[in-house]
Design a protein around this ligand. Structure first.
Ligand SMILES: C[S@@+](CC[C@H](N)C(=O)[O-])C[C@H]1O[C@@H](n2cnc3c(N)ncnc32)[C@H](O)[C@@H]1O
Length: 274
């Protein structure tokens, strides 16, 4: 039985591992950076970088490869079972189990030049966004930066068609069901829209927000739709396991077939996902 937790609704199996890694490649190609250029310009050569909710550690490992060995990276996640195999981890990277909603160990507080976090919107309840932001802040050295990369999967995420008569009904319905399930658990993906305000209220200086379209590179549109659909199916798998509102795993598989068929028509809808 794959490990699950109340705080992350996606399953920790081989499929989810592959999806996270595909998602990383899409995000990196779409944003065109691992570290925002404005932050990158401030980092000392011997920077200490945290990757919170690291998942498979793919951002931390890619960032380590892109920087010199004098940089140290620590990946944190509340589930250790997706961490890379110890033999494949470079010396300057390490991984630790840590719930981002709990205080970080004292020796990590005030220790990082950059704290990066990506894609936790489906794991945070309304009141948890601020708590998470405070815990990330506690890790920063004076003058350090937080980089929070999030997809707005709330109501504003609408599949758009890119050819006449393209059909995106299944994908749109899937998104609606996944969101209803998240809401029923108290999870609030729209919290990402409050981040700027949360950080400003905490007294952080120099807070800015960049908003990208997920089809900034149209050649990635089909894969973005597929990865997005699989994330929604992952959320609904949890609904199925919990027998939420008439969902079961058979129903999830049926929706998977419908959505895959829709995407495979070749008239793939673009997902507007920020
Ligand atoms: C969608 S994955 C993203 C992984 C990685 N950040 C990336 O972009 O490749 C979300 C990750 O958040 C982690 N997560 C969720 N809630 C968490 C919490 N309260 N504390 C620490 N990690 C958490 C999950 O275990 C999962 O690995």
């Amino acid at each position: 039985m794959p490990e699950t937790s109340d705080t992350c609704l996606l399953q920790r199996d081989e499929n989810e591992f592959r999806r996270i890694n595909r998602q990383h490649r899409l995000w990196t190609r779409t944003l065109d950076y691992l570290i925002h250029p404005a932050i990158d310009a401030t980092l000392p050569k011997d920077s200490k970088i945290a990757d919170v909710a690291t998942g498979t550690g793919i951002w931390a490992l890619a960032t380590a490869r892109a920087l010199t060995e004098s940089v140290t990276l620590v990946g944190f996640d509340n589930c250790k079972n997706q961490f890379p195999h110890p033999d494949s981890i470079p010396k300057n990277v390490s991984f630790e189990a840590q719930n981002l909603l709990k205080p970080f160990p004292i020796h990590h507080q005030g220790a990082f030049d950059l704290v990066s976090i990506r894609l936790v919107a489906s794991a945070l309840k309304k009141e948890e966004w601020e708590l998470a932001a405070r815990n990330l802040f506690s890790l920063l050295k004076p003058g350090g930066y937080i980089q929070w990369m999030e997809a707005d999967i709330s109501e504003s995420c609408t599949p758009l068609q890119n050819t006449p008569q393209a059909c995106s009904h299944s994908l749109a319905s899937l998104a609606k069901y996944a969101l209803s399930f998240l809401h029923s658990k108290g999870t609030d993906p729209s919290g990402c829209r409050r981040l700027l305000e949360i950080f400003r209220c905490m007294g952080l200086e120099d807070c800015t927000q960049d908003v990208f379209s997920s089809d900034r590179d149209p050649s990635l549109r089909a894969e973005f739709s597929d990865v997005h659909a699989r994330a929604l199916l992952g959320i609904l798998e949890q609904a199925g396991l919990q027998m939420w509102s008439g969902w079961n795993l058979e129903k999830v598989r049926e929706w998977e077939r419908r959505v895959v068929a829709e995407l495979e028509t070749g008239r793939v809808p673009g997902i507007i996902e920020k």
